[in-house]
Design a protein around this ligand. Sequence first.
Ligand code: NAI
Length: 286
Amino acid sequence: MLVVGAGIMGVGIAQVAAQAGHTVLLFDARDGAAEQAREKLAKTFEGLVAKGKLSADDAAQTLSRIEPIASLDAAAGVRLVVEAIVEKLDAKRGLFQQLEAIIATDCVLASNTSSISVTAIANGLQHPQRLVGMHFFNPVPLMKLVEVVSGLQTAAAVAAAIFDLSKDWGKVPVSARSTPGFIVNRIARPYYAEALALLQEQAAAPAVLDACLRAAGFRMGPCELMDLIGHDTNFSVTQSVFEANFYDKRYVPSLVQRELVDGGLLGRKSGRGFYDYAEGVSAPEL
Ligand code: NAI
């Protein structure tokens, strides 16, 4: 199989698929990104082996199944593609159209989009019925849920195959229709939006919001969660849900978050978001 996009999600998906026994080709548009992602995974595995949480043998076997590739042409023979590139409709559409010229007609195309219409991504494909949403959650190796998202043209057999595959990978799949934000991101939008509104009103600092929500029983507060997700991705998801709901005021994207994105303060992945990860600062407990 092929994973496209070697960022936060693509690497996690590659890891889970390789642990399930698949040979995974990994491609990223940024030169060297796929190799770097594999090296980072090797370091993570070293840590897990040292802690006795993973056997050295399993680590070596999983890594040996992940093969960075420099061109999509090297993926002509794959039967499944999982796309985890930037959360932009045009980029995803363009990628799948490019892939259709390379792969076989029976290769299944899955998108890890968190909010974009699967129906819209499929528009323009020669075989739109083979495209389905396969929405993992972050961090992929730990989070069990997978939303299997069907667009208007998705074949029932394709959705069923991805549902079964998710189970084989130790996940808990749920079937969803391609509505804006699907299930979890639709429900979670107000959580982020209200936190960002409080920050804009200067009601409290991010660390205070996070500490409060943790103390209320949430595993993570909203600010540290947005730092984990990546502000660029979180902002794009809100934008996409906002536009898809005809600019409903409930989903207006946040100025506070846009400023973080504009400043390249994307969260953990860039080293700084609400918190400065280089300094090792994170949310305190109350
Ligand atoms: P990321 O920013 O960590 O990684 C995206 C990667 O895609 C980058 O390495 C970039 O170089 C590469 N890329 C961009 N355009 C490309 C193209 N045309 N061809 C090949 N590679 C390309 O983003 P992340 O967080 O991994 O998100 C990827 C997808 O997963 C998005 O659709 C996002 O909505 C979705 N997602 C993200 C979650 C999160 O918590 N970050 C959770 C669930 C889904």
